[in-house]
Design a protein around this ligand. Structure first.
Ligand SMILES: NC(=O)c1ccc[n+]([C@@H]2O[C@H](COP(=O)([O-])OP(=O)(O)OC[C@H]3O[C@@H](n4cnc5c(N)ncnc54)[C@H](O)[C@@H]3O)[C@@H](O)[C@H]2O)c1
Ligand SMILES: [Mg+2]
Length: 352
């Protein structure tokens, strides 16, 4: 439930008010756990742990979908004991959320090097047998997870990856120490605090009023086209990033811009996708593809895009050797952006 929904309907019914208050309670509880190491350690006693191995989450197959099993602290201690590991390793876990009943959720990677040298990487296959599951790459499993697990595991992976890559202070070269929740790392020698990094990326669906512009990189699955995306440069506003990316990638100038939504995107290294609609100047639609960035870009009609949205990719090669045109899956914000345009092709309203 979003905060805005809670605020918007708060006056209408007691039920909605209670939803908002649950949200606030959860938020305040998580804030406390991030600030107070003792409270966080206590929360582990009644909490639940999601396990990873070298950034791949532990999953169990159930019919056509994957489930992410949870383990209690006691189960985790037993597991580590069985594999001859120090339970100190549990301190490497990171806080990723909590339930409405304030059961805190943590993630722990059993494969990455532990901050304690004694804790070497655990044997993956033996762990899988013991845990009755498999450590599966997130990119291969994401589409078969429910929304809650997909979001939790994406957050967990991003946080675990950040800690793994920020073990040392870039000023002193000394090992940094994470707080219990994993919301920051501190250099003990100079007290510099490092916070998990968020990388903003703009994703823009450019339209000329009747058609929309889609592009593909050579790394995309064959036949798939998406909206234009690009990392924000330091010192740029979102509006400037959108203008620059469109100019850089397809040689066009956007005139009007409208924010749509945002999404945490775990691949390849986790970024915050900020999605916008934009229109080009009237009569200025000639694309000049930047081949260092893109393999191809083209204008697509409303009908072509609407038809592609109704199909489910990816597709196999056709007899003539080509791949049919398809769009990113529902989970990707690019899909939502394209769907919005199909439903309302005149989305962009604000001057860029
Ligand atoms: N969720 C979605 O719907 C969706 C759709 C399309 C793209 N994406 C994501 O958007 C991201 C950015 O798109 P892009 O690849 O077209 O970006 P881009 O056009 O900025 O090109 C990538 C290049 O930018 C440079 N770069 C600058 N800052 C960078 C940084 N902080 N991290 C990495 N590279 C940086 C690198 O040289 C890199 O090769 C990709 O990671 C992709 O996964 C998500
Ligand atoms: Mg790009």
């Amino acid at each position: 439930m979003s905060l805005y929904c809670g605020i918007a309907c708060r006056r209408k019914s007691f039920w909605c008010y209670r939803l908002l208050s649950t949200y606030v309670t959860k938020t305040r509880y998580l804030f406390e756990l991030k600030e107070d190491d003792d409270a966080c350690k206590n929360a582990q006693k009644t909490g639940a742990f999601y396990l990873f191995h070298s950034l791949a989450p532990l999953l169990q197959k159930s019919e056509h979908q994957y489930l992410a099993p949870q383990h209690s602290l006691l189960e985790l201690e037993k597991l580590l004991g069985k594999f001859g590991q120090d339970t100190q390793r549990i301190e490497d876990s990171v806080l990723i959320g909590c339930s409405a009943q304030r059961e805190a959720w943590f993630a722990l990677d059993l494969g990455l090097n532990s901050s304690s040298p004694i804790n070497a990487s655990l044997q993956k296959r033996e762990m899988e047998t013991e845990l009755k599951g498999s450590f599966i790459e997130l990119s291969k499993a994401l589409l078969q997870l429910n929304v809650k697990d997909a979001s939790l595991l994406s957050t967990a992976q991003a946080l675990l990856r950040w800690h793994d890559a920020h073990q040392f202070c870039s000023r002193s070269g000394q090992p940094t120490k994470k707080n219990m929740a994993g919301s920051k790392r501190v250099c003990p020698s100079n007290k510099i605090i490092y916070y998990p990094q968020v990388t903003p990326v703009v994703i823009t669906l450019v339209s000329d009023g009747t058609q929309c512009l889609l592009a593909r990189q050579s790394s995309f699955p064959k036949g798939m086209y998406s909206a234009l995306a690009g990392f924000c440069d330091i010192g740029e506003s979102l509006e400037e990033a959108v203008r620059r990316e469109v100019a850089e990638e397809v040689g066009l100038e956007v005139e009007r811009l409208q924010y749509s939504a945002s999404q945490h995107w775990p691949f390849p290294n986790s970024s915050l996708m900020i999605a916008c609609h934009a229109t080009v100047k009237r009569g200025q639609t000639e694309i000049q593809v930047n081949l260092r960035e893109l393999e191809a870009a083209a204008w697509f009609s409303h009908d072509e895009v609407a038809k592609a949205l109704r199909r489910n990719g990816p597709y196999t090669q056709q007899l003539n050797g080509t791949f049919p045109f398809w769009l990113p899956p529902k989970l990707a914000i690019a899909h939502q952006l394209i769907k919005e345009w199909v439903e309302k092709p005149t989305c962009s309203a604000l001057p860029a």
